[in-house]
Design a protein around this ligand. Structure first.
Ligand SMILES: [Zn+2]
Length: 450
């Protein structure tokens, strides 16, 4: 939490005007929702112990005090794994094999997402915005009930989606008149104006058009701006500063993300007369979905975030390249020690990977050498010694990284990162060292090359 509020201070200083928070399973849901959030419960998944209601409200108040708008993001039909994986809610899945999508027609589905929204809104009595997600609904119209309803509806499966969103937002607006409801736009991009009007989407929501590609492959269909410009009083753009460059990527490629912001800057200028843009949401994803591993840590991505904000707000005389940075002054870099330890790990990981798959091992200790007992003890002694050296380096990095990670990410995420990327490599190197030492000690092998 201390890290989070420091980040707020930095982004405000860099020019951000608000923050979009997707809690997922880290919000302290209560009562019938206790299993899906951060509170301890017999069937809960714990949310890494993050966050308590006091911590949530501390962030809200702190952000408000320094002039940042806080917008909470709660998924309400797709990306619902953190809810629908629990036995208590599994009967609401659109398809039994996937916990991603909520069936919009089950009796308790609408009630579930309404309760979630009620709880997060209760935590923020002065909220001016709320974001209902609603992107990437992978399975729509799959269950028998939805199939039958879609086949008899004017807009097919789209009807199911629009009806669900429309009912939900109507509920939110009754509860909180005047609140602005945002949603990702990908599911309505090709819906057409008639359907959007029939379900009053243009009066209920403000879409966020997300597009994360770098400049060289950035392309939004201009007819989308024509349609949205006519339909919606205000539209938002969504870029990415991390977590959109490979589901297990660890090192953020600043230039790749910066040019996405350069492209958005150009797009908003080009179509600003057609569409009333509310602003840009700079997304920084930590996982591709609930079950995917962590990618591009926030601490390591803060220089990229600053670069992206600078590029988006640059003058015509400034080049994108001149605004890129991969480092920050200590006063602007919360979690710098985590980032530096992680960079050390990445360098050690590269060295270990290059060694395991490099010349020495392939030339003198390949699987063929091993199975044919074609062994040169001098080389194997070198291999064992080099592996030991790399192991010592990784062990030191492991200890340093774990202690720093625990201060920022919580125990679950720290363990996940180390057990996914670092410790398997240590085990692999240790096995290589032991095999090389054992086989080398047995003396030269006799098998001759053919
Ligand atoms: Zn269904």
């Amino acid at each position: 939490m201390e890290f989070s509020v420091k980040v707020l201070v930095c982004i405000k200083h860099w020019g951000a005007t608000g923050i979009l928070i997707e809690w997922e399973d880290t919000f302290p849901y209560i009562a019938e929702l206790v299993d899906i959030g951060s509170q301890q419960s017999p069937n809960g998944s714990g949310g890494d112990g993050l966050y308590s209601l006091q911590e949530v409200q501390h962030v809200f108040n702190f952000a408000k005090d320094i002039g940042l708008e806080v917008i909470q993001l709660i998924q309400t039909i797709g990306h619902m794994e953190f809810v629908l994986k629990h036995p208590a809610f599994s009967n609401l899945r659109e398809t039994p094999r996937s916990s991603a999508v909520l069936c919009p027609l089950r009796q308790h589905s609408q009630g579930l997402v309404r309760t979630m929204l009620t709880q997060v809104l209760d935590a923020q009595p002065d909220a001016r915005f709320i974001h209902i997600g609603a992107d990437e609904v992978w399975h729509l119209g799959v269950c028998d009930q939805c199939k039958s309803r879609a086949s008899s509806s004017r807009y097919g499966v789209t009807t199911l989606y629009l009806e669900h969103v429309s009912n939900l937002v109507t509920f939110i607006k009754l509860k909180r008149p005047g609140i602005v409801v945002m949603m990702w736009d990908d599911m309505i991009r090709n819906v057409g104006m008639d359907a959007l009007r029939e379900y009053k989407l243009h009066q209920l929501v403000e879409p966020v058009v997300w597009h994360y590609n770098p400049k060289e492959c950035f392309s939004v269909d201009p007819t989308l701006w024509l349609v949205y410009g006519q339909m919606f009083p205000r539209v938002w753009a969504g870029s990415a500063f991390k977590g959109a460059n490979g589901s297990s990527a660890l090192y953020p490629q600043t230039l790749r993300y910066a040019t996405n912001h350069e492209a958005w800057r150009n797009e908003l200028r080009k179509f600003g007369s057609l569409v009333h843009f509310g602003g840009l949401v700079l997304t920084g994803w930590s996982r591709y979905d609930h079950y995917a591993t962590l990618c591009e840590l926030m601490t390591l991505s803060l220089p990229t975030l600053k670069s992206c904000l600078q590029v988006f707000m640059k003058t015509d005389h400034q080049s994108t390249e001149s605004l890129l940075t991969d480092s920050l002054p200590p006063s602007e870099w919360p979690g710098e020690d985590v980032a530096r330890a992680f960079l050390k790990f990445l360098a050690a990981k590269d060295r270990a990977f290059s060694f395991i798959h490099g010349d020495q091992v392939i030339s003198w200790f390949s699987p063929w050498h091993q199975s044919n007992n074609y062994i040169c003890p001098d080389q194997l002694e070198n291999i064992a010694s080099n592996a030991q050296h790399l192991l010592a380096e990784l062990a030191a990095v492991d200890g340093e990284l774990e202690s720093h990670l625990l201060q920022v990410t919580g125990r679950r995420s720290a363990g996940e990162l180390l057990e996914t990327h670092l410790r398997p490599l240590r085990r692999q190197l240790a096995a290589l060292r032991d095999q090389a030492a054992g086989r080398g000690a047995a003396g030269p092998g006799l098998f001759a090359a053919q």
